[in-house]
Design a protein around this ligand. Sequence first.
Ligand SMILES: [Zn+2]
Length: 331
Amino acid sequence: MQPIGTTLALLCTTAAIGAVWLHTQTDEAPLRSALDVLGLIAAMAAVARAVALVRRTALRPRAAGVMSTVGIVGIVALGCWIGANSPQLTWFGSQVSHGPRDRQQVALTFDDGPNATATLAIAAILDAHNAKGTFFTVGKAVNRRPDITRALIADGHLIGNHSYHHDSTHWLDPRYLELGKAQDAIGDQTGVCPAFFRAPHGQHTPFMAHVVHAHGMVMAGWDVSAGDWLSRDPQALARQIVSKARPGSIIDLHDGLDGNVDVDRTVLVRAMPYILDGLAARHLEPVRLDVLLNRPGYLARCDRRLVQTRAAASGIAPKSIAASVRLVRER
Ligand SMILES: [Zn+2]
């Protein structure tokens, strides 16, 4: 029985690790949820088998206790990792990952810019297709190329906040000063105060969600991504995006990478016409995120004290919506 038990424990462990890995490789929400459940069941089964094995040894009950503790900590850690990394799950605070499914609209969103060569090229392609995009800009990049962000705003595209440094550690800071710092950079350089925030790499914590809401902002995830930062084939990238999109989708693309203004994003620039033609063929209209979600794209002022109360937030909403709609209509 012992070898069979050991094999079962190893199989369950492998299944749990495999489910987590597959979770990170797909952007299909139903599949990710199924993999989450499968991974948790496999992890619990692995712990149960390991505890049962230890109990048969002379080391019990101390070893069994250690194994149980390690197993429980492992399962909790797995759950935390999945919740923190998902652009769709709301375990760690509210975030939107799509708009209404009953309208033929999608939002094309572009992260990590502004980029010296790609951002305005993408904007020009959007304009040529009578479309507007949403650009989640990185504060440090805005400070380097404020002219690009200003040109996007003047052209009727929407600007969102995508942190100041876009690194791999600040998301763990409970104060999450990155958000305010980026908001200040964007506000100082352009005069607008984004209402939408997207967490770098989609990684978020309950503390971050609290800070976002304290600023009167909305955390925006996505439900369509094709890993465009890795793609080298514009047509293949476009095919993936178009095939995954459905009514209400928030599509995640990258006009920059990690706020590096000089990185080469030619592949996305070349993919854009195929993406826009493909969406048109499926009768999906690309609109700004504020239009898709029917909520303000900008705050009236960047001063967080003015938007912390419900009364203040409700007061600025109609003005901001009207300003957003006017801006889009004028283009
Ligand atoms: Zn990013």
